[in-house]
Design a protein around this ligand. Structure first.
Ligand code: ZN
Length: 131
């Protein structure tokens, strides 16, 4: 497993990590790459990177898909962050991307995003090339 870290800057933030994933995969042979976050209030997703307005739209959409005002009871060391956990489960902790000629077979408009739902925080991403 190759691990890299980054620090998020906002409560809800999608960060393009495609370049970091490609660096981690570079030169390794396998059938697919698994990109995973070992966190319960962050996630990984694939979406369009071309239009920054869309990335901001998606951040707002995730905040509406799981409401802050749903009467959450959960409270932990990070505070009452139940909605952050809900958003992380909606997006999921991992994506699996086939490798083609040693590179992630992403579509022209696709990018891999770390989804922060309880930032700002330091986060880890695990990149595993599957044989
Ligand atoms: Zn919590």
């Amino acid at each position: 497993v190759h691990e890299f870290t980054l620090t998020t800057e906002r409560k809800t933030q999608l960060i393009d990590i495609t370049g970091r994933v490609k660096e981690a995969v570079d030169g390794r042979s396998g059938s697919a790459v698994l990109v995973y976050v070992p966190h319960t209030t962050a996630a990984i997703t694939i979406n369009e990177k071309i239009d920054p307005a869309l990335v901001a739209d998606l951040e707002r959409a995730f905040e509406k898909v799981v409401g802050d005002d749903w009467g959450w009871v959960h409270d932990d060391a990070d505070g009452p962050n139940g909605p952050s956990h809900g958003r992380a489960s909606v997006a999921g902790a991992q994506v699996l991307i086939p490798l083609r000629e040693g590179k992630p077979a992403l579509g022209r408009y696709q990018a891999i995003f770390l989804c922060e739902f309880d930032g700002p925080k330091p986060r880890s991403v695990y990149v595993t090339v599957l044989q």
